[in-house]
Design a protein around this ligand. Structure first.
Ligand code: PLP
Length: 476
């Protein structure tokens, strides 16, 4: 008699091994052929959705057929962020060691909400964020052995939200008669949109969020900040939170952190510093001048998932005083109580973030740091900066194009001398060609093309080809 098939068709370890090899092969082939794809996906809206039956499968189908769908439908629907000709936004790296570290994390399938739910998840995370204090030369107070500490968040958006909530709770605790509507916060129109969004989620209404003027270099104007703080104090409001940026998204502008920190410290305002992109440059000592003043900030974040060879999601969020963060975000229902947490001898990182559950994100960063070493990370950053320097010279020497501003790190902001319309047209032609992908910003009413040579595999020959295509698009 034939044995009935089990109802639930789990993969055996051996089946998993075989299909896993096929999947790794697919990723390796993807890496090998990455230059053959149009950088920006060429599909139309709805095309991917309609490629599949609208009814979900009642019976499962073999995984190798699923992999075929990945090849034939999903890959054409990707914009290829790993392409060496991807110069848009900021990059999003997926290095080999990072992918493998993430795979291990998926394989173990643990929940890292408490130390006790997986001690290695918590302790490797503490270890790598402490290492990063040393790798980036960050203020000692962010080290877990001091008053502060770091934690890995999914994104800079979440880090800024957590900082805003911690600041709100700190101020409300210190001012028992105050209500949320008395608090004010300070950003600029160059602050990443996640700053304003985080403040909104934290309960700040529009009129409680002051947009400080920027100077001609798009940096927060300290005189205007001083003025707005004084004005708010005179109206019996309580200045609570400043979000300053090292490396704005549009143009990598650096707010004057030392002066802002002085003001913040004098007025007991929480200073959060967002260096989501440019924070990775701190692995090179020659760029650390950008981070002056950070020793007086209350919190700081940057994204290894942008420029430090680690795949999404990985933002490191440091606070100068971990008690302030943990007291704002820790809830311990009975079903989570355990001996180690009660003894207070361990970190429970669920109390450092919004959600309870958390992935073993540190594993990929741990793999990256081990594989590349500090020297490898530095060489990687320097190689991109060199490419941007070379590209900058071409723009400077060009008759048709001009720099919008001096190049900072590896963001080149440039435009066509004929103006906005021509610059916009060139960008459209380039992106429709599929050969390269760039994005734009608008600064002082000028349409500015952003060129970021920051993808992992971008080399001199790629930016030479890109420059050729840009000149060609200008002639069309
Ligand atoms: C990219 C970026 C962000 C947003 O990062 P997420 O991790 O996607 O939330 C915030 N601030 C700056 C300066 C950025 O460049």
């Amino acid at each position: 008699m034939q044995k009935n098939k089990p109802d639930v068709n789990h993969l055996t370890p051996d089946q998993f091994r075989q299909l896993g090899y096929q999947t790794i092969d697919l990723i390796a082939d993807y890496m090998e052929n990455i230059e053959s794809y149009p950088v920006r996906s060429q599909v139309n809206p709805g095309e991917i959705y309609r490629s599949f039956p609208q009814h979900p499968p009642v019976k499962g189908k073999p995984y190798d057929e699923v992999l075929n769908d990945v090849k034939s439908v999903i890959i054409p629907g990707l914009t290829h962020w790993q392409s060496p000709s991807f110069y848009a936004y900021f990059p999003s790296h997926a290095s080999g060691p990072s992918i493998l570290g993430d795979l291990l994390s998926s394989g173990f399938g643990i929940q890292g909400m408490l130390w006790s739910t997986s001690p290695a998840c918590t302790e490797i995370e503490t270890l790598v964020v402490d290492w990063m204090v040393q790798i980036c030369g960050l203020p000692r107070k962010f080290h877990s052995s001091q008053s502060g500490g770091g934690v890995i968040q999914d994104s800079a958006s979440s880090a800024t939200l957590c900082a805003a909530i911690a600041a709100r709770e700190k101020i409300l605790k210190a001012n028992p008669d105050a209500t949320l509507s008395d608090l004010t916060a300070y950003i600029t129109d160059q602050t990443h949109s996640s700053g304003e969004k985080g403040l909104k989620i934290a309960g700040f209404r529009n009129d409680q969020v002051r947009k400080i003027r920027v100077d001609e270099n798009f940096r927060m104007d300290v005189d205007d900040l001083t003025h707005c703080i004084e004005q708010d104090l005179s109206r019996n409001r309580i200045p609570t939170f400043i979000c300053a940026t090292i490396g704005t998204t549009s143009s990598l502008a650096i707010d004057p952190i030392p002066e802002i920190a002085k003001l913040a410290n004098n007025s007991n305002i929480w200073l959060h510093v967002d260096a989501a992109y440019s924070g990775s440059a701190a692995v090179c000592p020659e760029h650390r001048y950008m981070f002056d003043g950070l020793e007086n900030a209350d919190s700081y974040c940057f994204n290894p998932h942008k420029w430090l060879l680690t795949n999404f999601d990985c933002d490191i969020f440091y606070v100068a005083n971990k008690d302030e963060l943990v007291s704002a975000l820790t809830f311990t229902p009975e079903y989570l109580r355990n001996k180690e947490s009660s003894a207070g001898t361990v970190f429970d990182y669920s109390g450092w973030q919004i959600s309870l559950g958390r992935r073993f994100r540190s594993l990929k960063l741990w793999c990256v740091i081990h594989h590349y070493g500090i020297e490898g990370l530095q060489a990687h950053i320097r190689s991109h900066i060199k490419l941007a320097e070379r590209f900058t010279v071409w723009i400077e020497e060009s008759d048709n194009f001009e720099l919008f501003q001096p190049t900072s790190l590896n963001l080149v902001c440039f435009r066509h001398r004929s103006g906005n319309e021509k610059s916009q047209k060139i960008l459209e032609v380039l992106n429709d060609s599929g050969k390269i992908f760039l994005t734009h910003t608008v600064l002082n009413d000028q349409y500015v093309i952003r060129f970021v040579p920051g993808a992992m595999r971008t080399q001199m020959r790629h930016i030479e080809a890109a420059w050729e295509q840009i000149q060609q698009a200008a002639r069309s």
